[in-house]
Design a binder for this molecule. Structure first.
Ligand code: NAP
Length: 279
């Protein structure tokens, strides 16, 4: 198949590496000429350019730019491609994207590969990023079944676990397990940096080890991506932050009351509950 990718960064570049290794011809479009050259040199695309016309003759196009650019790109793209071309995106938020793009292109399937790293850009693209991870598709009633089937046929060989749900359910679920953790992790780093005793701060920085590395990882990721999560999934993120604040208040109250039994009981519950989210 001839597949286009717009936005040759971490996700777009990694997709290109995978799709080419499954014998697809991959054409890329990115904003900067230098990124296009790097993507070709790294083997993420067969060829790349900065003009969307470059993707005129493709069967499917993956939109892999930051969320803020998606609608403008689709508006430009539609005048160059055949009505049969299937568009899909990889954005971390779905309701706003599906609402903006669906009216512009019938053959559009919202998508979100649940995989990433703290890095960004084409230099960060890597083989195997998606394997064994969930890949969510968020079709709506008007989405043609053939378009969904085509996207699934492209992503299935990447060994992803495919899920389908509504854009709204997607956004509510990822607020809990992706967007909320970014904000909690960021606020952890920020709170630590506010230690007022310079010596203690220095000591804490020297002593930070695996626990801090694990809990601060997602807060130390791509700031643009975190900003987009907050902006485009505002209501669900606020809902999950409210739920988190309630839990924090409960913990503070229990510790102030020196109710050590309740603290331990809660930690026993979370120890067991964690495995319901991770394997
Ligand atoms: P990224 O590494 O910053 O890559 C985005 C790329 O888009 C940049 O390299 C940039 O290319 C290109 N770009 C920006 N504006 C463009 C435009 N107008 N036209 C063409 N190309 C443009 O970001 P990413 O992490 O891959 O994220 C991309 C998408 O994946 C986002 O929608 C995000 O929500 C989603 N996502 C991210 C993750 C994650 O953990 N990172 C996980 C799942 C989904 P130039 O270098 O040419 O400027």
């Amino acid at each position: 198949m001839k597949i286009g990718i717009v936005g040759l960064g971490l996700i777009g570049g990694s997709l290109g590496l995978e799709l080419r290794s499954h014998s697809h011809e991959v054409l890329g479009v990115s904003r900067q000429e230098r990124t296009c050259e790097l993507a070709v040199a790294r083997g993420a695309v067969d060829d790349a350019g900065t003009d969307l016309k470059f993707l005129a003759d493709t069967d499917a196009i993956f939109l892999c730019t930051p969320l803020a650019q998606l609608q403008a790109i689709v508006l430009q793209l539609v005048s160059h491609i055949s009505t049969k071309t299937v568009l899909t995106d990889v954005g971390s938020v779905k309701t706003s994207v599906v609402r903006e793009v669906s009216p512009l292109w019938v053959n559009f399937v919202g998508g979100h590969p649940m995989a990433g790293t703290a890095q960004s850009g084409i230099e960060a693209a890597q083989h195997g990023l998606f394997a064994r991870n969930p890949y969510v598709l968020t079709p709506v009633e008007a989405t043609p079944l053939e378009a969904i089937a085509l996207v699934e046929s492209i992503i299935k060989p990447l060994q992803v676990r495919i899920y389908r749900c509504s854009p709204e359910d997607h956004d509510r679920a990822v607020a809990w397990i992706s967007h909320l953790p970014v904000m909690i992790s960021a606020s952890l780093v920020s709170a630590c940096l506010h230690e007022s005793d310079a010596n203690v701060l220095k000591l804490a920085q020297a002593l930070a080890s695996s626990g801090f590395r694990d809990t601060s990882r997602v807060g130390g990721g791509n700031p643009e991506l975190g900003g987009m999560m907050a902006r485009y999934n505002k209501l669900e993120l606020l809902r999950s932050l409210g739920g988190y604040r309630e839990q924090l208040d409960r913990i503070i109250g229990t510790i102030e009351a020196e109710d050590w039994e309740s603290i331990e009981a809660m930690l026993r519950q979370t120890q067991a509950g964690r495995s319901q989210f991770t394997d």
